[in-house]
Design a protein around this ligand. Sequence first.
Ligand SMILES: *Cc1c(COP(=O)(O)O)cnc(C)c1O
Length: 404
Amino acid sequence: MSQTPTRADFDQYMVPNYAPQQAIPVRGEGSRLWDQQGREYIDFAGGIAVNSLGHCHPTLVEALTEQAGKLWHLSNVYTNEPALALARSLVERTFADKVYLCSSGGEANEAALKLARRWSHDHHGEHKHRIVSFTQSFHGRTFFTVSVGGQPKYAQGFGPVPGGIVHGEFNNLDSVRDLIDDDTCAVMVEPMQGEGGIIPATPEFLQGLRALCDAHDALLIFDEVQTGVGRSGSLYAYMQYGVTPDILTSAKSLGGGFPVGAMLTTDRIAPAMAIGTHGSTYGGNALASAVALAAVEFIDTPEVLAGVKHRHALFREHLEAINQKHGVFREIRGMGLLMGAEMAPDYRDRAKDILPLAIEEGLMALIAGPNVLRMAPSLVIPETDIAEGMARLERAVARLVAGQ
Ligand SMILES: *Cc1c(COP(=O)(O)O)cnc(C)c1O
């Protein structure tokens, strides 16, 4: 028998692009996890906004195991029932008429950007290729998506970046007015910036982007990879803003932990992605589609979505109570169960110092940049786990304040 892997194996065998925590979780149930030593953790991180129904939710386990005994993969030389059912379900629940399936958020955005470029090319000509995006935005790690993303460090050192991409300031419509013109093919935006610090767009900003795109016949792309599938308190965040995009991307919560992504668009635009223009071997994989369908159907109900809003209120109350005692946060913000607590000036950039203390107290959390503590728990996290997780967070915050 082979030896049990240890954290040291990471440094020995893995490419060093991550710096994982020392603990290695081996089992999860709901919003609790256990590591190799049997230590228990409450999960406010949700695998970075992915585990929408916690760990090993019976509905997802059933969908996965049932499909696992039937059919896993065909490639797109054939279609399959779970992929068709997932596409139909997404169309019936959203603005979209057509769906492209893939395996991650970056791939969904890559498809969205290529579709926008191709549609504009076909309808207007080569000159209409400019893309407007925003500083601090995050759209994935493929070379196109890091170039469109607004954090230059992710694109530097890899040679010439794709051209025709400009960045405006998030929530500043004037900055977009200066950048957009008739050569613009698309504006890509997160309705709430996730990695950039949990910053919701203002309604006026998204409405203004819609109007500017319409005026210049540019396509509006909403990146809902992090905000989508119930995370914001509605199936997609655009539904709360009342602003409809031309293209929307989804991943993370969509698969509840199984790798899957989707790009949604309309009958007007979809034909530009004609046979042979784009593709992915795993796109529409039967296992992934079966799990995603189960997740979407479970989450898109009035009860679950109301539960997200109720839990949002609980998270806010607890975070405000912690802040009243310790004064570490400047602002608590977010939508649904994607919440951020920005650090007060005295604790500037120290959100990252809370994480290891929280781990020691038995809590997994996240940051969004060094100055914002981020939480993206299961959409159905039990209230007792919220209360216990917050008690652990308070102990971690108290230790930060005490300088331990
Ligand atoms: C995580 C994320 C992505 C990238 O998704 P991957 O699955 O890591 O490729 C893209 N956009 C947003 C808004 C994200 O939060």
